[in-house]
Design a binder for this molecule. Structure first.
Ligand SMILES: Nc1nc2c(c(=O)[nH]1)N[C@H]1C(S)=C(S)[C@@H](COP(=O)(O)O)O[C@H]1N2
Ligand SMILES: [Mo]
Length: 177
């Protein structure tokens, strides 16, 4: 009897957690800017302290946990850049699928990393190409301190790319402009 009560309480607590949006995992990627769909409220200087320290504010945003990103179709891309010791195979959702999820409207896609590196891309290029938001490389989840939480990987341009310029490691924020 007591076991049943505990079980029922557990189920109710789980349902409540889902209802109020308590997440089982931390958010690893936040999309802000010109987007039609949001799943969290506005910027808050206390909770969003890294955004605050970078001078970034937003009214609404779409926040993805690792599980959210893994729930999207997973692309696999094997690339080799001249400045790498070997080829690397990455898996993760396509950036264009993430942009579709949030109903991105702007033409410019800025991908920002924890160290402040923030290259910009044209949405038309992202939609035409193979831009992967990698969560794993060579079968290993990307680590913080390494290239995680998210590594933007795309193939070298035709004619061969010199370096992996723009392949943003430690990405955590996408700004649609
Ligand atoms: N987060 C982050 N990603 C980045 C960079 C960076 O400074 N920070 N540098 C870019 C550049 S210019 C290159 S050539 C490659 C490799 O940079 P590294 O040689 O500084 O590792 O990562 C790219 N991605
Ligand atoms: Mo570079």
């Amino acid at each position: 009897m007591r076991k049943l009560q505990i079980f029922v309480l557990f189920i109710l607590a789980s349902l409540a957690a889902v209802t109020v949006g308590v997440r089982a995992e931390p958010v690893i990627l936040t999309v802000t800017g010109e987007i039609g769909k949001t799943n969290r409220g506005p910027f808050d200087a206390f909770h969003d302290i890294l955004f605050d320290s970078l001078g970034i504010e937003f009214t609404g945003a779409y926040a993805f946990t690792r599980a959210d990103l893994l729930a999207l179709p997973q692309a696999k891309l094997t690339v080799r850049y001249d400045n790498w010791p070997a080829e690397v195979s990455v898996t993760g959702p396509l950036l264009k699928d993430v942009l579709a999820t949030v109903e991105a409207r702007g033409d410019t896609i800025l991908v920002r990393a924890l160290d402040g590196y923030a290259p910009e891309f044209q949405r038309s290029d992202v939609e035409a190409g193979e831009y992967v938001l990698a969560l794993e490389a060579d079968g290993a989840p990307l680590a913080l301190g390494g290239r995680g939480p998210v590594w933007l990987v795309f193939p070298p341009a035709e004619g061969g790319a010199e370096s992996d310029d723009g392949l943003t490691w430690a990405a955590f924020h996408i700004e649609v402009q």
